[in-house]
Design a protein. Structure first.
Length: 142
């Protein structure tokens, strides 16, 4: 009768998985940055209020938090929430100013507005590409 030897490689498998997770999350974060930038570019287009300095677009970044096995995408630009969620009567949460106002634009002229519609460049840029991120995760962990 032949002898069968069983060996466990669970510890090696777990160590390799833990090594790969941050790498995969970083790849997902890089992809999400690009997708958010592309969505922002598409949604802003040639708006009369937009001054194409690239500040907002170039500020989009990601951060891997290994202790949570998570990746976060965002920007630290002060006005980014107004672009993402809208302002005035168009604000997502309904808490925007309900009366119109006048502001002085970069062109030096006065402009009348009810607010700005939300662009959802972060939320939609990421949600619209979930399959791509799943593929990145699958390939990275195979």
């Amino acid at each position: 009768m032949s002898k069968v030897k069983l060996e466990s490689h669970v510890a090696e498998f777990k160590a390799e998985l833990e090594r790969r997770i941050p790498i995969v999350l970083d790849a997902v974060g890089q992809g999400a940055e690009g997708d958010a930038m592309e969505t922002l570019r598409d949604r802003i287009g040639k708006s009369e209020w937009y001054v194409p300095t690239g500040t907002l677009m170039n500020s989009i970044t990601h951060q891997v938090v290994e202790s949570e096995d998570s990746v976060y995408i965002g920007t630290n630009i002060e006005y980014a929430p107004y672009v993402e969620y809208g302002t005035g009567i168009y604000a997502d949460n309904g808490a925007g100013r309900q009366t119109p106002w006048v502001y002085k634009g970069n062109d030096g002229k006065l402009h009348f507005t009810h607010g700005m519609k939300p662009k959802h460049f972060l939320k939609d840029g990421v949600i619209g590409n979930v399959k791509k991120y799943n593929d990145i995760i699958k390939a990275g962990l195979e």
